[in-house]
Design a protein around this ligand. Sequence first.
Ligand SMILES: C[S@@+](CC[C@H](N)C(=O)[O-])C[C@H]1O[C@@H](n2cnc3c(N)ncnc32)[C@H](O)[C@@H]1O
Length: 351
Amino acid sequence: MNRGSEPVDADLEDARMRIYAIEDGAVRAQALAFALKSGLFEVLEKEPLTLTELSARLEIPMRVLPALAAFLASQDLLRLDDATGEFTNSPAASAFLVRSSDSYVGGRGLLFAGFHEAMGHLGESLASGQPWTDAGQHDMFGGFDGDDQRWFAEGMFSNAVHGGRALLRELDLSDVHRLLDVGGNAGGYSITLLQSLPHMEATLFDLPAIRPLAEEQIQRAGLRGRMRFAAGSFFDDPLPTGHDAILLASILHDWDNLDCGRILARCFDALTPGGLLIVTEPMLAEDATGPEHPSVSGLTMAVLGGENRTQSAISRMLEIAGFEHIRRLPMGHQNSTITARKPLFEPAARA
Ligand SMILES: C[S@@+](CC[C@H](N)C(=O)[O-])C[C@H]1O[C@@H](n2cnc3c(N)ncnc32)[C@H](O)[C@@H]1O
């Protein structure tokens, strides 16, 4: 029988297309990053435009714009009005890719576009088990200059707002009055929490270079009275004290086990006795079957020098650092959360 005449197995055909999408991943990511940088989504948010008008407005040549528009439309990010020939943003693009939207996640796309050169070395990292570092850079943060910091902060911020909303859904934080957001960057988590929890104050602790970015966001959120920035390194400096909760959001996964131990020891020392530690970041299923987002982010961390861990691996670290009442919340498709408490009394006093 002529194989060409056999009916197509729809599941297998879907699988073939999924594999193609993985193979084309770099093209997809670069195209979205270009669209974000060009301002395309902001322009189309104001008014629908034909391709010719869009080409003139954004100075994107007509040789390439139809392919870009077709790709974005195929992902349901743009929609075409057949009657007028005009393109407009889809609801998803309006919600997530227009900078002024409070659900904006485009910063994350720009952040990852900045990692593409490093990601070209993923194969080496997977073969050697070692991170790939740029020009002898000790860690992924050490080599950032001003522009990199801004892209990174924007990417982190847009992602952190969604993380903060997830924390509000999964945790009762009514008992927390003073939060220390360790490695809090420009404050996406803390700002989101404080906006919903008027009784809470927060300190952002991060590297000195982050201060202007954080101050800008605190000011924009109108939270000057309830939020402050403290500069330092969690490897070299003691953390600010007097907080009844510490948040570690996407911090442990940046570092190896030894460095995680150093960070957790600082958190333990700084936290008020009985205080709450919240660890939230992408975590892998115990049996290494996913979820998709943490697994992809885990591959990113393989190149950059960190590691996405399982909930049991992180719980063990918290136990070793001296925390108790370790509670694993249900696994999330993006981040998962573990909480723990610093004992109310020193072990000797308890005995
Ligand atoms: C992956 S980001 C997480 C940011 C934020 N917690 C979030 O989830 O959006 C890691 C943060 O750790 C900060 N960081 C890196 N090294 C640090 C150090 N030695 N001391 C304090 N913060 C540091 C970075 O500047 C960055 O803001």
